[in-house]
Design a protein around this ligand. Structure first.
Ligand SMILES: *Cc1c(COP(=O)(O)O)cnc(C)c1O
Length: 231
C-alpha cells in the first residue's frame, strides 16, 4: 500500500468509528473534531494524513512540534498543543499553536495571554482536569476547576473553550464512560456557577473514543489507531 493509501485508509477507519459512536449517541458527527495525536510521528507521515483530509494535529513536545511545523508550513493544518506546559515555554506555545489543551494553572494562562499578539485571533485554551485525582498526573482537581476557569475566562487574548482530560486506565467501557460523564457534568456545573458557555470537551483516545463521544466529547485525540504505533 502506498503511503497515501495508508493515510486514507487509517483516517477512514477512525472517522467511521467516530460516525458510529455519534449515531449511537444521537449526535451529529460534525460536532466531534478529530485531533491526530502526532507525537513521535514524522512530518512526512503527517503530510500524508493532511493530504488525506486530516485538519487538526496535536503535539506534546515543543521542539519536535516546531520542526514539523516548519516542514509543513505549506499545509492548512491547525496545531494543538496537548503536552504538559512549562511556564518558560509559554511564549513559543502562544506563538505557534491555535489551541492549547493542557492549561492547569493561572500562571501558565497569564503567560500565554501575555505573549499573544493583539493581531492574532485569541488563543483557544482548555483547562486540564485531573478527574481521578492521580498524584502523578497534570491537571487541576475537579474542586478547583470552576475558580480557575472563571479566572482564565477574564484574560483578554485567550478564549477559554472547555475542559480536557486524560483519565486513568479503567477496567471496562462502563467505567470509562462514567469518568467521561463526570467531566461533562463538571463542565455544565462550571457554566452554571460562573455564567460561562464553555462547550468543548477534549477527551477520548484510541482505546476509549466511543465512550467519550457517548458522554459529549467534542475533540478526540487519536494517536496509535490513526497513525500507527509510535516510533
Ligand atoms: C499520545 C496522546 C494521545 C493519543 O494517545 P493514543 O492512545 O495513541 O491514541 C492523546 N492525548 C494526549 C495528551 C497524548 O499525549
Amino acid at each position: 500500500m502506498s503511503n497515501r493509501d495508508y493515510a486514507s485508509t487509517q483516517l477512514a477507519k477512525v472517522l467511521t468509528r467516530i460516525q458510529n459512536a455519534c449515531t449511537k449517541a444521537g449526535r451529529d458527527p460534525s460536532t466531534v473534531r478529530l485531533v491526530g495525536a502526532s507525537k513521535h510521528q514524522s512530518a512526512r507521515l503527517i503530510r500524508d494524513f493532511a493530504e488525506a483530509g486530516l485538519h487538526d494535529v496535536g503535539e506534546n513536545y515543543l521542539q519536535e512540534a516546531q520542526e514539523k511545523q516548519s516542514k509543513l508550513s505549506d499545509t492548512t493544518l491547525k496545531w494543538h498543543y496537548i503536552g504538559q506546559i512549562q511556564s518558560n515555554k509559554c511564549k513559543a506555545i502562544a506563538e505557534h499553536f491555535s489551541w492549547v489543551h493542557g492549561v492547569d494553572r493561572l500562571k501558565v494562562a497569564r503567560r500565554l495571554n501575555q505573549h499573544m499578539s493583539a493581531e492574532r485571533a485569541p488563543l483557544k485554551v482548555l483547562v486540564q482536569i485531573n478527574i481521578d485525582d492521580e498524584q502523578s498526573k497534570a491537571g487541576v482537581s475537579a474542586q478547583a476547576a470552576p475558580d480557575l476557569c472563571a479566572q482564565i475566562s477574564e484574560l483578554e487574548r485567550l478564549t477559554l473553550t472547555g475542559l480536557m482530560m486524560i483519565p486513568a486506565p479503567q477496567s471496562s467501557p462502563e467505567r470509562q464512560r462514567a469518568t467521561f460523564a463526570q467531566a461533562r457534568e463538571l463542565l455544565s456545573q462550571i457554566n452554571q456557577h460562573h455564567g460561562l458557555s464553555l462547550s468543548e470537551l477534549s477527551m477520548g483516545m484510541s482505546n476509549d473514543l466511543e465512550q467519550a463521544i457517548l458522554e459529549g466529547s467534542t475533540q478526540v485525540r487519536i494517536g496509535t489507531d490513526l497513525f500507527g504505533a509510535r516510533t
